[in-house]
Design a protein around this ligand. Structure first.
Ligand code: HXC
Length: 510
């Protein structure tokens, strides 16, 4: 018996070594942790239960029958994050570059199936070279099985991907179908085909960083939702994100004890809006002053900064925030901002996370670049996402709500449940200058007349009251009481129910 126990320990020790000491050293020398070290950091101490430690590939081509490593390049199992169950798989780059074989795929799909069955979030830690080249179509089939499960689980359990090394092929397509992707700066890359293939096919010379580094994917392509300086920081931030997320689409948002008084007022908000309507101010200040303990987890912080998206809490319960940012492009809605916010709104709606919208938007961005880039379709995504949402929607217009953007940003007309405006709100078809130049074109040469007409337009429309007179705004509120008003609205809306006609699914303009 003792022998058997010792043999088990030996086999375990061998499996834990993955690709061996030398490759582990190489992994560390590149500033990367190993798959098991990463899992230790992600999960609560000692909570990891590993599955399939002894699984090996079954391939015999290209001498693979003599190259078998227990675990086959991926570590899988489950554990807890602050006491809540999550499932996890971590690619082990020290074993065949973390590449995916048929057996490796089966380990991942087992975990995906369990996560779905248990209705618990799943986190994938990626550091891998795609399909195991020696296995050919068996590996491609394996990826297909993983992809299909990503899609079936979408909208049922949160799926999070962390890119922690070079990732190619199937190791970028599977993350692309999950809810959030995070990267590690200077060490992680995502591309469908690497620099060598790019050179062969297009004759372009490009480095991995230029082709698919964290900067590219968080600022240009918007493939990734955030980037961190190293493995430790990335994993700690993923733990923080998980604390905000529901376990699944039925459980409702987590509730944690809050020591921040929901009735807290903040007088500094009464002077947040500058006297000059064209002067910017930082909308993040409002978010931070409204959420519990100024704790805000931003999604896509470095992309389309003219709109802010992220999670905070009010009375200890998770809320999704969408806010125009007057500091960047005056908070205008362009194609990128619309797409970014639409995806966030849909995530919140799928997982029953109420949405608070802070609005200061001068309209949609005009111009050929935007129109050629499909502004109509991208803008429609946000309009569609808000209109189909059935979660509680609370909107606060702080300043401008002009044109179509007024309708889009969770207005009463498309489903806003509680719509507030600050006294500084200006709800109109457009700014006074533009309006007067169109409707009083005949007076354009007469500066005095134009000034008088502009003043007249401003007095009539540049306020929240025309909308409030029609009931489009439920109440004009004092800025200092914004947190209290939102907390009360969310509490009232907690058991909101909305009936929609049956359909197979909608047809959001993709
Ligand atoms: C088998 C692989 C492998 C792969 C890497 N390795 N990728 N083994 N199949 N796909 C092995 C290497 O042979 C090496 O083994 C070890 O992993 C480390 O790889 P290196 O190349 O030394 O590391 P590095 O220089 O850091 O480069 C990492 C890399 C590169 C960028 C990922 O290895 C690479 O380009 N790999 C191929 C990527 C690729 O084209 N994959 C197929 C995509 S198609 P030793 O023994 O020396 O340690 C695909 C299909 C799905 O995924 C499509 C879905 C739509």
């Amino acid at each position: 018996m003792k022998d058997m126990l010792e043999r088990l320990e030996e086999r375990r020790a061998q499996a834990r070594l993955g690709g061996g000491e030398k490759r582990i050293e190489a992994q560390h020398a590149r500033g990367k942790l190993t798959a098991r070290e990463r899992i230790e950091l992600l999960l609560d101490k000692g909570s990891f239960e590993e599955f399939d430690m002894f699984v090996e590939h079954r391939s015999t081509d290209f001498g693979m029958d003599k190259a078998k490593i227990p675990g086959d390049g991926v570590v899988t199992g489950w554990g807890t994050v602050n006491g809540r169950t999550i499932f996890v798989f971590a690619k082990d780059f020290t074993v065949f570059g973390g590449s995916l074989s048929e057996a490796h795929a089966q380990k991942i799909t087992k975990i995906q199936d369990m996560a779905l069955k248990m209705r618990a979030p799943i986190v994938g830690l990626f550091d891998a070279g795609g399909a195991r080249i020696q296995e050919g179509v068996a590996a491609l089939g394996g990826y297909g099985e993983v992809f299909k499960r990503n899609v079936i689980a979408s909208g049922v359990i949160p799926q999070i991907s962390v890119i922690m090394g070079p990732c190619a092929g199937g190791d970028v397509y599977s993350p692309a179908m999950t809810d959030f992707i995070f990267m590690v700066r200077d060490r992680s890359y995502m591309f469908v085909t690497g620099p060598d293939v790019v050179k062969t096919v297009t004759n372009e010379t490009v480095t991995s960083e230029e082709l698919g580094g964290a900067k590219v994917h968080t600022t240009k392509s918007s493939v990734a939702d955030g980037a961190y300086d190293n493995d430790v920081e990335a994993l700690l931030q993923v733990r923080r994100l998980i604390d905000f997320l529901p376990a699944n689409n039925m459980d409702g948002v987590p509730e944690i004890p809050s020591f921040d008084e929901p009735n807290r007022t903040d007088d500094s908000l009464d002077t947040l809006i500058p006297d000059n309507p064209n002067k910017p101010y930082d909308m993040k200040e409002l978010i931070l002053k409204v959420v519990d303990e100024a704790d805000f987890f931003e999604i896509q912080e470095a992309y389309a900064k003219n709109i802010i998206t992220g999670f905070g809490r009010v009375e200890g319960r998770t809320v999704g925030f969408v806010a125009n940012q007057p500091m960047v492009l005056a908070g205008v809605l362009d194609a990128d901002a619309s797409r970014k916010a639409a995806r966030f709104v849909r995530f919140c709606d799928a997982f029953n996370i109420p949405i608070v919208t802070f609005e200061d938007v001068p309209g949609f961005l005009p111009g050929t670049a935007q129109e050629y880039g499909g502004l109509i379709k991208h803008g429609a995504k946000l309009l569609f996402a808000y209109s189909e949402a059935t979660v509680p929607l609370v909107t606060v217009i702080t300043r401008k709500a002009f044109g179509g953007a007024y309708d889009v940003m969770a207005s009463k007309h498309i489903g806003g449940d509680v719509n507030y405006a600050w006294p500084t709100a200006q709800i109109a078809v457009m700014g006074a200058k533009g309006a007067v130049e169109i409707i009083f074109r005949q007076d354009i040469g007469d500066a005095e007349k134009i000034a008088a007409r502009t003043k007249e337009y401003e007095d009539r429309f540049m306020s929240p009251f025309v909308a409030a007179e029609r009931g489009y705004i439920d109440e004009v509120i004092m800025p200092h009481s914004t947190r209290r008003r939102i907390a009360r609205a969310l509490a009232m809306l907690r058991h909101k129910e909305t009936e929609r006609p049956w359909k197979k699914h909608d047809n959001i303009p993709l």
